[in-house]
Design a protein around this ligand. Structure first.
Ligand SMILES: [Zn+2]
Length: 219
């Protein structure tokens, strides 16, 4: 592969090693190397129709699309994006997610974070993914429609029942969504409690359909 000037300069300045295999990292996906990045394998079918989701899940979510299983490289990359605040990784992840062909959508809404979390994390990871989708799919991104009003515990630290209660009444609709087909974006889906809670608020606000998109699915 021919090295671009940008990657040449990157190599000169940074000496990152891939956190998975310890090989030299590739500027675009740094700190990950190109070989490990290419290990991210998409699901054969992005559209998810079965699984242990919350019993009300399909009542409010019209369809769910996921790019990959939450394991291996993508799990590491999501972790580096969220907790090491490497935003360029989020953009690349968003590009992967944008390879999914969406149904008809009027607007895109990322699952919001509480203001307190945005202050500590400095960004909303789902908004970065949604920005890439908006660019690629040419669908309007709405960051001020749905907001989070309850500062909840991290869902990953909780069991199924706790997750449901944790996000209950956590979201609030600020703007009209009547008759809109909405793309709801999150990074990882597990039991679907977060997506469900957001979808309930949007449907109560008159949304016509909710189609959810996540980078990965944890089983
Ligand atoms: Zn590697």
């Amino acid at each position: 592969m021919k090295l671009s000037l940008r990657s040449f300069l990157y190599d000169l300045i940074f000496q990152d090693k891939c956190p998975i295999c310890n090989k030299k990292s590739y500027w675009k996906y740094s700190p990950f190397c190109l070989d490990c990045w290419n290990e991210i394998k998409p699901l054969p079918n992005f559209k998810i129709t079965t699984g242990k989701f919350h019993q009300e899940f399909w009542k409010y979510i019209d369809s769910l699309y996921t790019f990959a299983p939450y394991e291996g490289t993508i799990k590491e990359v999501i972790h580096y994006f969220k907790y090491c605040k490497i935003i360029r990784l989020g953009r690349e992840l968003g590009k992967l997610l944008s390879t999914i062909s969406p149904p008809v959508l009027d607007i895109l809404i990322p699952v919001p974070l509480h203001n307190k979390k945005i202050k500590t994390r400095e960004f909303n990871q789902t908004a970065i993914l949604a920005k890439e989708l908006s660019k690629s799919w040419k669908i309007k991104l709405e960051l001020e429609v749905l907001i989070k009003i309850k500062d909840t515990a991290d869902q990953a630290s909780l069991d199924v029942n706790q997750r449901k209660n944790n996000v209950k009444n956590a979201y609030y609709l600020k703007k009209e969504v009547k008759d809109l087909n909405i793309g709801l974006i999150d990074d990882v889906v597990t039991t679907g409690s977060t997506l469900l809670e957001c979808a309930k608020v949007l449907k109560r606000g008159g949304a016509k359909s909710i189609h959810a998109f996540t980078l990965a699915r944890a089983l």
